[in-house]
Ligand binder design. Structure first.
Ligand SMILES: [Zn+2]
Length: 278
């Protein structure tokens, strides 16, 4: 092929076009800050691209799974999801604009896990519920997932991977598919590419505030993560491998607790004021 100058030029142009569009998107979207922590982030994927990729991936993943669509466990996940999403919208209105939240329950009793895709599509496995034990703890896990979405952790991981790809000069004609896989991988779906420890800590912090604002007791976080630790090898990477040790984690949670309790107290007072007196 390299002997043919026309094809060579087309390939070169295509390569250059992709390279320029990636570099342009880096300039346009590259500088951003994580909500709450204010940490600088490098993100080269637009929110509308994220939404599209997330929706596609969600449909693809759910097709392979057995989905629970009725019953008390399903209703609990819907109830918690709705409250957590409402709280996220209330606390971080600028960040969540355009996200379309959806919470599915996947039937798999061996899977102690939950995940979220770019744009707000989340899933919980039935195997998580015996470990969370109560609705407050489930809300803390689901809000942790919502926090990954809000802080755009998947896009951040993908952007780093894309930049490495640009630097390494991999085949740009295959980049579309690669982008998609990177986003999936970055969200822990399919290929295992866990979030970084910094991102996990950030999701713990934001998630604690969101669930507290949704009216769930943040003090449940400590026994929850202890139970999660005991679930041991049954709990996959998302909740264990990149997380700080439980001792560090509990110290961090205690540090965030006063602010979380403030959200919780306000939320409970707000709810009491709204509920009918009869
Ligand atoms: Zn996480």
């Amino acid at each position: 092929m390299q002997n043919n100058p026309v094809i060579g030029r087309v390939i070169k142009n295509k390569y250059m076009y992709r390279l320029i569009s990636i570099l342009l998107s880096i300039v346009l979207f590259g500088c951003s800050h994580a909500p709450e922590t204010g940490r600088s982030q490098f993100i080269a994927i637009s929110q509308s691209q994220e939404l599209q990729l997330g929706n596609d991936a969600y449909a693809e993943v759910l097709q392979e799974e057995s989905i629970v669509t009725s019953g008390p466990q399903f209703e609990m996940v819907q109830r918690v999801g709705e409250k957590v999403a409402t709280a996220a919208n209330r606390l971080y209105p600028d960040v969540v604009a355009g996200y379309q939240w959806k919470f599915s329950l996947i039937r798999d009793n061996d899977m102690v896990n939950a995940w979220a895709l770019p744009g707000g599509k989340c899933a919980v496995y039935t195997g998580l519920l015996p470990v969370t034990e109560n609705e407050d703890a489930l809300a803390i896990v689901m809000a942790h997932e919502v926090a990954h979405v809000i802080a755009r952790h998947g896009a951040e991981r993908s952007s780093h991977a894309m930049l490495s790809a640009v630097v390494a000069g991999i085949a740009m004609s295959e980049m579309d598919e690669t982008d998609r896989l990177l986003v999936l991988a970055a969200y822990g779906v399919g290929v295992a590419l866990p979030f970084s420890r910094t991102q996990e800590t950030e999701a713990d912090q934001l998630g604690l505030y969101i669930s507290a604002d949704a009216g769930y007791d943040p003090r449940e976080a400590i026994p929850l993560w202890e139970r999660m630790g005991k679930a041991g090898s049954k709990a996959p990477a998302e909740f264990l491998s990149t997380h700080p040790t439980s001792e560090t984690r509990i110290k961090q949670i205690q540090g965030w607790m006063p602010k979380a309790m403030m959200y919780y107290d306000n939320s409970v007072a707000h709810e009491a004021a709204q509920s009918p007196s009869n």
